[in-house]
Design a protein around this ligand. Structure first.
Ligand SMILES: Cc1ncc(COP(=O)(O)O)c(C=O)c1O
Length: 374
């Protein structure tokens, strides 16, 4: 896919015929194809947004001091990252735009390589191409550690679509190699609060900025984080980047030129969301319950779940010989269940489908019952 292909196709349009097929089920479709939250935005967050509705002036691109200090406090409280400089925090308009723009904003261009996970959220590839750089899809450090043209290395832990989590040791290995070749490492950690299996459920998902990973210096490192999933806030577009103070200062200057600013009421809502851990754990419980029900249904149907130890998805394939994901998408559509084809995340994903936990309890129970009867 070259740059032109980005403008004339959007992969998700390809599942429309299967959505149609799933809708024919007498009890209606269960849409597990996208990870869009369906539970209410917490009242504490809505109230903060409303209280900040009078906003005649331009908001600050760098974010209010309140936002930046709250993010630093969240990292210390929830992610084991103490002492993050609030100056090294930058709110973004959701994290998708940040993912798409970062290669350009760190100066990657023709002749540069942007590394991203082999099976990955497609926007890493899109962002590399928008910058004119070359994407390299690999999980193997050995594939790039002796190159001189690597400008940026993406990590995504817990990963979309398959839910694998990177250990402290794995993250540290990437950081060491990237520092040797002079590349920036950006870790997209937007599912960090949704860990289902140990050691991550009890011990937390390690952050790139964790001192055991960074060695105590955030130089060349950034974390992208989003409130969309943990706080049912996808409609607000609330996210942030944090890490290297010098990199963040450059990004702030560039984004001021671009007018890439988070609206003031959303900045206020971010402060409320990141200051309240109770709604995040309530949401985790909800997803955990849905996950248990769906896992039972999927297993009863003779399907196999790989990875999926964290995040909002089950990474599923039929037992036995590999089957092309589009066949599985079709089989599930006949049960009225719409899922995402693994091929959307790279050729290595083409034997799997992705099932999201983002449906109501009623729809998830329906899906499980249909799978159990299959
Ligand atoms: C890995 C990953 N990064 C980023 C995003 C974008 O999230 P948002 O733009 O809502 O912050 C998503 C959304 O599904 C995602 O899965």
């Amino acid at each position: 896919m070259g740059f032109a292909a980005l403008t004339d196709s959007y992969p998700w349009d390809a599942i429309a015929p299967y959505a149609e097929r799933a809708r024919r089920h007498p009890q209606g479709a269960v849409d597990l194809s996208v990870g869009t939250p369906v539970d209410p935005t917490p009242a504490v967050v809505q109230e903060a947004l409303i209280a900040a509705a009078d906003a005649p002036g331009y908001p600050t691109t760098h974010g209010t001091a309140d936002v930046r200090e709250t993010v630093a406090g969240w990292f210390a409280r929830r992610r084991g990252v103490v002492g993050l400089d609030p100056q090294a925090v930058l709110p973004t308009v959701g994290s998708k735009e940040a993912v798409a723009l970062l290669p350009s904003l760190v100066g990657a261009g023709p002749g540069d390589v942007v590394v991203h996970p082999e099976i990955a959220y497609p926007t890493y590839d899109v962002g590399a191409r928008l910058a004119g750089a070359t994407p390299l899809a690999t999980d193997e450090v050995a594939q790039w550690e002796s190159r001189s043209d690597v400008k940026l290395v993406w990590l995504n832990s817990p990963a979309n679509p398959h839910g694998a989590v990177r250990s402290v040791e794995e993250l540290a290995k990437v950081v060491a190699a990237a520092r040797r070749v002079g590349a920036v490492v950006v870790s997209d950690e937007c599912y960090a609060e949704l860990a289902w299996e140990d050691p991550y459920r009890t011990g937390g998902v390690p952050s790139l900025l964790d001192p055991r990973v960074s060695g105590g210096s955030h130089e060349g490192l950034l974390v992208a984080y989003s409130l969309s999933k943990q706080s049912n806030l996808a409609g607000y577009r609330a996210a942030f980047l944090a890490g290297d103070p010098a990199l963040v200062a450059d990004l702030v200057r560039l984004r001021r030129h671009m007018g890439m600013i988070v609206p003031a009421p959303v900045q206020a809502a971010m402060v409320a969301a990141l200051s309240d851990d109770a709604h995040v754990s309530a949401q985790r419980e909800r997803y955990g319950a849905r996950r248990r029900i769906l896992v039972e249904g999927v297993t009863a149907a003779g399907l196999v779940i790989d990875h999926s130890e964290a995040g909002l998805y089950l990474w599923v394939r039929p037992e036995g010989p590999a089957q092309d994901c589009w066949h599985t998408v079709a089989d599930l559509a006949d049960l009225g269940i719409l899922v995402g084809p693994g091929a959307f995340y790279g050729p290595a994903g083409s034997g799997h489908v992705r099932m999201a936990l983002t449906a109501t309890d009623e729809r998830v129970a329906q899906a499980a019952a249909r799978l159990q009867g299959a």
